[in-house]
Design a protein around this ligand. Structure first.
Ligand SMILES: Nc1nc2c(ncn2[C@@H]2O[C@H](COP(=O)(O)OP(=O)(O)O)[C@@H](O)[C@H]2O)c(=O)[nH]1
Ligand SMILES: [Mg+2]
Length: 244
């Protein structure tokens, strides 16, 4: 599964790598051995990405082994499960990249041009955070993103927005809502791009109906808790005083 076999895509930012900020793609992955290969093939073929990091925190399948077969991929293995927010933080700590792009490891139909479409508006200075929204992949993926378009794991953002959420390692599946709040509080310009033909794999499909439904319920409670925590920790006036 070497990336070198596929031709790299042209750089849509139009800038040579030494004249643009360093970009790291970070994929939090827990038990995604069956799905991560397809996503990584798309990521490693991007000319916009300098560093590809997979964070695996105690998967019980071969996620780390599959990821490790890609030439350009660095696998960060954590000794205990920290949840998605913890994995994202560990990925960020392992790189000095200024521009971060997060991608879920269970995407279906994700291609290099989708990744580039998320990164390019930030690189070009058109926005500070760009969120990728599914469309035309699967009905329920589309519906979920139609209801809550900003709760997406696919996003590019400046490192400073990520670092403005100090409790990120504890937020588990609440990571994205916290980033949305941090971006709003920083008055960051946020844009959405549509990822045509992309969808994700449902928890119920990955884990079975009962465990999947329990994981979904847990996810909604983690999102709710994260919203409360970040708003409590950073009420609007405190952020104003901090000047961010
Ligand atoms: N490293 C790590 N990744 C996780 C964890 N929980 C979820 N993820 C990853 O985060 C991404 C999104 O998670 P998923 O369960 O698919 O959430 P959904 O897409 O919102 O249903 C996938 O790549 C998961 O493998 C975790 O505890 N640790
Ligand atoms: Mg998913």
């Amino acid at each position: 599964m070497s990336a070198s076999k596929s031709e790299p895509h042209p750089d849509p930012s139009g800038r040579p790598p030494d004249q643009r900020p360093k970009v790291a793609a970070i994929l939090p992955a827990y038990n995604e051995a069956e799905r991560i290969g397809g996503v990584l093939r798309a990521v490693v073929a991007s000319r916009l990405v300098d560093d590809v990091i997979v964070v695996d925190d105690c998967s019980t399948d071969r996620t780390a082994e599959v990821a490790g077969q890609f030439d350009r991929v660095r696998v960060v293995r954590l000794p205990r499960n920290l949840g998605k927010g913890g994995a994202m933080s560990a990925g960020v700590s392992s790189t000095d990249a200024e521009l971060l792009v997060f991608v879920d490891a269970d995407l279906v139909g994700f291609q290099t041009h989708h990744l580039d479409a998320i990164i390019t508006p930030v690189l070009r200075g058109e926005c500070d955070m760009c969120v990728g929204v599914f469309r035309g992949g699967r009905f329920w993926s589309d519906t979920a993103q139609w209801i809550s378009p900003y709760i997406s794991g696919q996003r590019a953002l400046w490192r400073r927005i990520f670092e403005a959420v100090p409790m990120m390692p504890e937020l588990r599946m609440g990571a994205e809502v916290a980033l949305n709040t941090a971006a709003r509080r920083q008055k960051a310009v946020v844009r959405r791009v549509i990822l045509h033909g992309v969808s994700n794999t449902f928890k119920e499909h990955k884990m079975g109906l009962v465990k999947g439904a329990a994981a979904r319920a847990r996810m909604y409670s983690e999102i709710g808790r994260a919203m409360v925590r970040i708003r409590r920790r950073y009420p609007r006036r405190v952020w104003r005083r901090k000047g961010v």
